[in-house]
Design a protein around this ligand. Structure first.
Ligand SMILES: *Cc1c(COP(=O)(O)O)cnc(C)c1O
Length: 398
């Protein structure tokens, strides 16, 4: 049975009438840039993120870039970012003129590892950019403590974690400011590109709002240089239709993740990650373990943007993740590798003084991770097909 990695139509089709009505509202208003739809959407998402201020912007990437610009981060500054993330997290730092300093991640939660972070801080360091990867919060208490001790800003990359919580608090409300994304594969997936910047700092918000429109304030007066980072009202109106369902979508993803963990853990050679061992050796000593399943920390509400397993390399060095990837593809089961190359190993960063530094966990994860279908509308029958395919793969190995 073919199972897609993501099926946006399965989510959007039942809401077709509401989308058409929302589009008609924008069409009839004749207002196609910013305006009431965007303002209303901003208020609705700000409430969800637990921040007083939010700005609808052109993409998650632009929300991150806007964060750096609003904080005056630029040439000669450094920003610490995990190497195991989507490229945008680092790309925006470079585009601001600053230098990304890559940090290693935790082998269990995939997020910024606070333990070794302080060694990377220099007099030029201006900010930490934790990424709440795959929908689970980074260790924010520890990261905030480091930031406070060194007077650093914290920019949360919450692109994959809208609606997730850390010790009860919504992600996006913890740092100096935060960015999220409505790229179609994110938990609140739009109909094109858009994103959101949010903060509790009123002055920072005012500045970011001006930077969103070329730094213009008042009209045609530019005391600073911004960009065109505006969100379309069509996008806002359509996303407002989906926003009330986000909690349901996130709960469905969590239920699928729990089912995978229950079912897959019964297969020989499969173990749940030991979340208390975070930061310790990357694999259990038990040599017969081939697959590790993702487990959320008890204090996190994980929203499972991705359900990402790890596949152990064979003793002879064969990459078994690639073999499982090929096996699932041959059965038309959607799966993908997020992300195959750690950022410090990207060619565009080969000239950084930092690029030769080993980040062993990021490098190892890039060789081991595989994300399975976990989208809300995935049926039990489809999920059972994914599990059966993995069982067959493990049987062949045994
Ligand atoms: C998707 C994503 C972004 C960028 O968002 P866009 O809306 O695609 O620009 C940034 N960081 C992470 C971790 C992401 O997953």
């Amino acid at each position: 049975m073919p199972v897609p990695l993501l099926d946006v139509n399965a989510q959007n089709a039942p809401l077709a009438a509401e989308f058409k009505a929302a589009f008609a509202r924008v069409f009839e208003s004749g207002r196609y840039i910013l305006g009431d739809e965007v303002t209303a959407f901003e208020a609705e998402v700000a409430a969800l993120m637990g921040t007083p201020h939010a700005l609808g912007v052109s993409s998650g990437t632009d929300a991150l870039l806007l964060s750096l610009m609003a904080l005056d981060i630029g040439p000669r500054d450094e920003v610490i970012v995990p190497s195991f993330s989507f490229f945008a997290s680092a790309g925006v730092i470079s585009r601001s003129g600053a230098t990304p300093v890559f940090a290693d991640v935790c082998p269990y939660c995939f997020n910024l590892q606070p333990d070794d972070l302080e060694a990377l801080i220099t007099p030029r360091t201006k900010a930490l950019m934790p990424v709440h990867l795959f929908g689970q919060a980074a260790e924010m208490d520890e990261l905030q403590a480091i930031a406070q001790a060194h007077n650093l800003f914290v920019i949360e990359d919450a692109a994959q974690s809208l609606g997730a919580r850390y010790r009860g608090q919504p992600l996006g409300s913890l740092g100096t400011c935060a960015a999220t994304s409505f790229y179609p594969s994110k938990n609140l997936g739009g109909f094109g590109d858009s994103g959101l910047f949010c903060t509790s700092d009123t002055a920072l918000y005012e500045k970011a709002r001006a930077l969103r429109v070329h730094g213009m304030q008042p009209r045609y007066h530019h005391s600073m240089i911004g960009g065109n980072f505006r969100m379309d009202p069509v996008q806002a109106a359509l996303l407002r239709v989906k926003l009330p369902y986000l909690a349901k979508y996130n709960a469905q993803r969590a239920a699928h993740a729990a089912y995978y963990n229950t079912e897959l853990a019964q297969l020989p050679g499969v173990a749940l990650t030991d979340k208390d061992a975070c930061g310790a050796a990357a694999w259990p000593a038990e040599p017969a373990t081939h697959l590790l399943l993702p487990v959320a920390y008890s204090f996190n509400d994980h929203i499972w943007n991705q359900y990402t397993i790890r596949v152990r390399k064979a003793a002879d060095g064969t990459n078994c993740r690639d073999a499982l990837h090929a096996h699932l593809k041959s059965l038309e089961i959607g799966c993908d590798i997020y992300y195959p190359i750690p950022l410090h190993r990207q060619r565009c960063y080969a000239t950084l003084p930092d690029s030769a530094r080993a980040l062993p966990i990021s490098e190892q994860l890039a060789d081991e991770v595989l994300s399975l279908p976990v989208y809300p509308e995935l049926s039990r029958t489809q999920q059972d097909a994914v599990i059966a395919a993995i069982a067959a793969f493990l049987e062949n190995k045994a």
